[in-house]
Structure formats: structure tokens, C-alpha cells
Design a binder for this molecule. Structure first.
Ligand code: NCD
Length: 306
């Protein structure tokens, strides 16, 4: 049974196909309005979410399907001590496809190994977030018309930010990508990703703590939130939470066609004064998330039916 745990589970051709399907859905929504009739998506969210869960639900509803699920671990039998394996075996009797978010790294893989229906990883701890990456790739493609030859700045919590980890993996397969890692010392990208992805694939990258110095070089600036829930102590979080705040002043030296992205939720790392800048793409990115998930649900359900 085909699941999506890591963005690298998809070939580059499959990513191209998903982007093409998402663009076709954007242009011809009526064509897809009944594509998932009588199909059910189960959203199993053991960790809070607004965009990811609701965009999965909106995606399935727009495909003519329906949705069941829970939005917090304490609303499920996990609160009674049920294992992820037993939960997904149960849900496999009710639904056709699962989208699951869990605070533990590796939980999505365990789910996929035990489910008899496709499982989509909607975020497993600080590890992966492949559907956010599909969203990000679709956004970059629609804004820039390409996924190659880009200087991409990733700023904020590069240690715990699973969206950044998945995006680096995805971008490392395209040509002409330069990565600029912008973070405080304590929140640097884990060295296993530098070694196993960036260095192994020969992707040029630089590391800096200085957002302002990096801005003029960038085609994409991907801001992230400092992930309070992944810190072991509150003091460290409080010390680091305001490391970067993007505001109109800092954007004065940016390229006129810079694309500013953020997986959201934002706390204060992008000032609301930036929202009216035509280079702010983060709410367009939210919309892309629904279409990317529609394309993915269609693909996995189609593969499951043959
Ligand atoms: C991110 C996540 O949950 O990893 N958000 C999202 O899915 N859109 C980033 C975050 O929580 O900061």
C-alpha cells in the first residue's frame, strides 16, 4: 500500500505530476468535484493544527468525499493508552485514506506499516512534513515558474522545524539551488541533514546568524516560527523566540521579486506590516496547500484502487 511518509518517497517525475494536477484543479475545479465521491478521509491529529488539518478536510470535501477524525490526542483512545498501530488498524476499517500528525518522530511510519489504507504523514515531531513541502514547491513553481536556479534562505528554527528539513530534502534534487541557512547558533540545522543531504548532494550552502546581510542575495525567504513545544526549557525559548523579526525596513535591500514564504502559524517573526507587500506569499501558500493535498489524495486513492 502506497503511503507518503517522507517527501523523498515521491520521485521528481511524481512531484511534477502532482504540481501539474494541482494547477489543473486550480484552473478547472468543477472537473474534480466528484472525484472522491463515497470516499472517506480520516484525519488523525495527535498534535494541534489549523492549516494542515483543515486543508486536508477542505481538500477532501472539494473532491466530493467526506471526512472523519479527531483533532487532539485527548479526544481519542490514545488517552486510554491505545497504540498508534491499533488506532490505524481500527481506522482502516472505516476510511479509505489517513492523514496523521503525531508529536513523535517515526509515528507516521509505524502507522503506514500497520494500516491497510494509504497513510499521509502530516508531520511527525521534528522529522518530516511532506505535504507542507508539496505546498511549498507548488507555491515556488507558481510564483517563480521553476524549481531550479534559486537562492533560498531558510530562517529561524532550523533545528526543530520539520518543514525546513523536508524542504531541504526536496530542493536538493534540483539543479542550481543555493541554500542560505539563517539561524541563531542554538537552532542551527542538524548536522545529519548538512552531511547526508547538502554535502552528499553537493548543494552549495552558507550558514549565518545575520538575516539582514543575507536578504539582498535571496530569491526565496522561508521564515519559520521558533518551536516552543519542542524546547526542553522555557528559558531557552524565551531567549531565542525574538531572534528574527522580518519588517519592511529589512526588506528595503531585498530583490523586487523576492518570494517571502512561511508555513504558518506565525507568532511575531514576520511583522504584520509586511502582509501588504506584494512579495509576501504566505497566504497564497496556504491556498496552494489545499490544492497540493487534493492532488495527493487523488493520486494515492487511485493507486490504492488498482
Ligand atoms: C508547521 C508545522 O506544524 O510543522 N506548520 C504547518 O504545518 N503549516 C510549522 C509550525 O508549526 O511552526
Amino acid at each position: 500500500m502506497r503511503s507518503l511518509i517522507d517527501i523523498l518517497d515521491l520521485s521528481m517525475e511524481e512531484i511534477d505530476e502532482l504540481i501539474a494536477t494541482a494547477c489543473d484543479i486550480i484552473d478547472n475545479p468543477d472537473k474534480y468535484a466528484e472525484s472522491c465521491k463515497r470516499k472517506k478521509l480520516a484525519t488523525l491529529f495527535f498534535e494541534p493544527s489549523t492549516r494542515t488539518r483543515l486543508s486536508f478536510e477542505a481538500a477532501m470535501l472539494e473532491l466530493g468525499g467526506s471526512v472523519i477524525g479527531f483533532s487532539a490526542a485527548n479526544n481519542s483512545s490514545a488517552a486510554k493508552g491505545e497504540s498508534v498501530a491499533d488506532t490505524v488498524k481500527t481506522i482502516s476499517c472505516y476510511a479509505d485514506i489517513i492523514a496523521m500528525r503525531h508529536p513523535k518522530e517515526g509515528a507516521a511510519l509505524v502507522a503506514a506499516q500497520n494500516a491497510s489504507i494509504p497513510v499521509i504523514n502530516a508531520g511527525d515531531g521534528g522529522h518530516c512534513h511532506p505535504t507542507q513541502t508539496l505546498t511549498d514547491l507548488l507555491t515556488i513553481y507558481r510564483e517563480k515558474g521553476r524549481l531550479t536556479d534559486l537562492t533560498v534562505g531558510l530562517c529561524g528554527d532550523l533545528k526543530f522545524g520539520r518543514t525546513v528539513h523536508s524542504l531541504i530534502n526536496a530542493l536538493s534534487r534540483y539543479t542550481g539551488i543555493h541554500i542560505v541557512l539563517i539561524s541563531p547558533e542554538e537552532l542551527k540545522l542538524p548536522s545529519y541533514i548538512k552531511k547526508d543531504v547538502l554535502q552528499k548532494k553537493g548543494i552549495p550552502y552558507t550558514q549565518t546568524t545575520d538575516l539582514e546581510a543575507a536578504i539582498p542575495t535571496l530569491d526565496i525567504l522561508y521564515m519559520t516560527r521558533v518551536q516552543r513545544e519542542r524546547f526542553f526549557n522555557e528559558e531557552d525559548y524565551l531567549r531565542l523566540k525574538d531572534s528574527y523579526i522580518l519588517d519592511p525596513k529589512k526588506l528595503e535591500t531585498a530583490k523586487p521579486d523576492l518570494c517571502i514564504m512561511h508555513p504558518l502559524p506565525r507568532v511575531n517573526e514576520i511583522s504584520v506590516a509586511v502582509d501588504d507587500d506584494p512579495r509576501a506569499c504566505y497566504f497564497k501558500q496556504v491556498l496552494c496547500g489545499k490544492y497540493a493535498r487534493m492532488a495527493l489524495i487523488l493520486k494515492l486513492l487511485k493507486e490504492a484502487s488498482v
